[in-house]
Write a protein that binds this ligand. Structure first.
Ligand code: ZN
Length: 495
C-alpha cells in the first residue's frame, strides 16, 4: 500500500469515511469532501468544503452517474471523483477571479473524463479534459487523481480561453509556453490551499524557489514513468519548477533528450519559463514580507494572487511571435510595475537570470511598452482581434508526403515591443524568422511522430512510431494539407 504522510511526518493507512485527519485547521462535519493536497504520491489527505461542479462561466460536467457528496476513503473511485472536482473547481475559481467573464473555448461547460482507459497520460483537446490510468509497481495510477495534473490540464483550457490564437501556431516556444502555463496553473492553484502555503513556507524556509512539494509536479506519475523510462522524467517527480535551465533558442536545441538536458520538446523547454516564474514569485514573496525571514501565510496568498494577475496581463499583452517567452516576460514586467513597484526587481531579476529577457530589454521594457502604446493607442496592438499568424507553405516532400504543400500557421504578429532573450553575456539572441520557427516546429512534430498523417502517406513509407500519441493532424484544404492541433498532452507518453 502506498504510504500516506501528514505534514508532521506521521504515517497512516487509508482513511476511513468521515474520519480523516483534518490538516486544514477547518473541522467540517457536513458538506465537505476528502481530497489530496497536491499529489497521491506520499499524499497528504485534506478536508475541503463541498466543491461545485457547475459554477459561473467556468463550469464542468462529468459524464456518468454523479457521486453523492461525502467523505470517501482514499483508494476508491468516489474519493477520486471528489478530489478531482475539488482541484478543478479551486483552479478555475483562481483564474475566474483574475479574469471575470472568461469562458471555456467550447462554451460554459468543460467536459471532464476522469478515466478514459489505459494510458499514463492526460490531455486537453478543445472538447474535454481527459485522464487515464496505468499500472506501476505501487499499484494502479490514475492521472485524474493528482491535483497537480488536474490543474495543469485545466491550465491548458484556461490559456486556450484566454488566448485561443496560440492553439494552431507552429512555434516551439508557443507550444512550450502552453505547457509552462499548465505547470504555473498547478502551482498557483496549489497555493490557494492554506495547508499548502504553511507546508511550503516550512519546507523552503520562506525561499519559495527551493525544491519542495510545491515545485515538484506530479510525483506519482513521474514515478510510474520512471519505472519504464528512467531518464524520461526528473529523479523525484515529472517536472520540477525549481531548476537552473537557461534560455536558448529552441530552434538550435535537440528535439528530444533525457530529462536532465534542455531540449526543444515543449515539456522540456517549458521548464525555462516555469523556473523563472518560481524565482519571480519567490522574490515577490520576499518583497511583500519586507525580507523577513519568515513570510506569513497572508504574504504568500497575496504573492500568488498578484502573480496570477501579472501572468494574465503578460499573456494578454504578448504578441504571438517566435520569441514568445520574451514577449510574455516583457508584459509581465510592465504589469508588475503598475501593480506594485516593489515587484519590478524580482520580475526583472528572474527573467534576466534565465536569459528570457536581455539586460537591455529588462531595463527598457516599461519605456518601450509605453512608446508602443502611444503609437497604436490603448489597445496595445496585439490583442486577440489581431491575426496571430500568417500561413506559410512548406514542401511536403521534406516529410515524405510527396508533391503537396503543408500549410502551417507561422507566429508572425507585429511585435508590441522589442523585448529579446539572450544566449550569451554579450549579445541578445537573434530572433528566428516566423518561417524558420514554424519549420523547426513542424520538423520536430514529424521527427517525434506526432502528426496524424490521415492516409497521406503509404504505410510502407511511414516513419512515425506505431504507438505515438498524435498531437496534430493534416487536413486536406484546397489542394494542400493544413497542419492543425488536435490536443495538448501532458507529456506522459514515451513510446
Ligand atoms: Zn500539458
Amino acid at each position: 500500500m502506498r504510504r500516506q504522510t501528514n505534514l508532521h511526518g506521521a504515517t497512516g493507512s487509508a482513511l476511513s469515511p468521515r474520519a480523516p485527519e483534518s490538516l486544514n485547521a477547518l473541522v467540517m462535519h457536513d458538506g465537505g469532501v476528502n481530497a489530496w493536497l497536491d499529489d497521491p504520491e506520499n499524499g497528504t489527505p485534506i478536508q475541503r468544503p463541498a466543491p461545485a461542479l457547475a459554477d459561473g462561466n467556468l463550469s464542468y460536467q462529468i459524464p456518468g452517474k454523479p457521486v453523492p457528496l461525502g467523505f470517501y476513503s482514499t483508494g476508491t473511485a468516489n474519493f477520486r471523483y471528489w478530489t478531482a472536482v475539488e482541484a478543478l473547481r479551486r483552479g478555475a475559481d483562481f483564474w475566474q477571479a483574475r479574469i471575470p467573464g472568461l469562458m471555456w473555448h467550447m462554451g460554459p461547460k468543460l467536459t471532464v473524463v476522469l478515466d478514459d482507459g489505459v494510458d499514463l497520460n492526460a490531455y486537453y483537446d478543445r472538447t474535454a479534459l481527459k485522464f487515464f490510468h496505468g499500472s506501476s509497481a505501487e499499484g494502479v495510477v490514475y492521472s485524474g487523481e493528482s491535483p497537480d495534473i488536474l490543474c495543469h490540464e485545466m491550465g491548458h483550457a484556461i490559456l486556450d480561453a484566454l488566448k485561443p490564437e496560440l492553439w494552431n501556431v507552429g512555434s516551439q516556444e508557443v507550444a512550450a509556453f502552453h505547457e509552462s502555463f499548465g505547470d504555473m496553473s498547478a502551482i498557483l492553484s496549489a497555493l490557494q490551499l492554506p495547508v499548502m502555503r504553511a507546508a511550503v513556507i516550512a519546507e523552503t524556509d520562506g525561499h519559495l524557489n527551493r525544491s519542495s512539494r510545491l515545485s515538484r509536479l506530479a510525483e506519482q506519475l513521474g514515478q510510474a514513468i520512471r519505472e519504464s523510462y528512467p531518464d524520461a522524467v526528473e529523479p523525484d517527480c515529472l517536472r520540477n519548477a525549481s531548476n537552473r535551465f537557461m534560455y536558448q533558442s529552441p530552434v538550435l536545441l535537440p528535439s528530444s533528450g533525457p530529462a536532465s538536458l534542455l531540449t526543444s520538446e515543449p515539456h522540456s523547454f517549458s521548464r525555462v519559463f516555469t523556473g523563472a516564474f518560481l524565482d519571480a514569485i519567490a522574490g515577490m514573496l520576499l518583497a511583500l514580507s519586507g525580507n523577513r525571514s519568515a513570510p506569513t501565510d497572508d504574504d504568500l496568498l497575496q504573492a500568488s494572487e498578484h502573480m496570477g494577475d501579472i501572468l494574465v496581463a503578460g499573456v494578454h499583452s504578448a504578441s504571438v511571435v517566435a520569441n514568445f517567452y520574451s514577449q510574455v516576460a516583457g508584459g509581465m514586467v510592465q504589469a508588475a510595475g503598475q501593480l506594485n513597484p516593489a515587484f519590478l526587481r524580482p520580475l526583472k531579476a528572474a527573467f534576466v537570470k534565465r536569459g528570457i529577457l536581455s539586460l537591455h530589454s529588462a531595463t527598457s521594457v516599461e519605456t518601450l511598452a509605453n512608446a508602443a502604446r502611444s503609437m497604436v493607442g490603448d489597445g496595445g496592438g496585439s490583442e486577440s482581434d489581431a491575426r496571430a499568424s500568417t500561413d506559410i507553405a512548406i514542401d511536403g516532400k521534406l516529410y515524405g508526403l510527396g508533391d503537396v504543400a503543408v500549410i502551417v500557421e507561422a507566429p508572425s504578429q507585429p511585435r508590441r515591443f522589442a523585448a529579446s532573450s539572450v544566449v550569451s553575456e554579450f549579445a541578445p539572441a537573434p530572433v528566428p524568422s516566423s518561417e524558420s520557427a514554424a519549420r523547426g516546429f513542424v520538423e520536430q512534430l514529424f521527427r517525434q511522430g506526432r502528426v496524424d498523417l490521415g492516409g497521406a502517406v503509404d504505410e510502407v513509407d511511414r516513419i512515425d512510431p506505431l504507438a505515438s500519441l498524435k498531437t496534430h493532424r493534416l487536413v486536406k484544404a484546397e489542394g494542400a494539407l493544413r497542419l492543425e492541433r488536435i490536443l495538448c498532452d501532458c507529456g506522459l507518453h514515451h513510446d
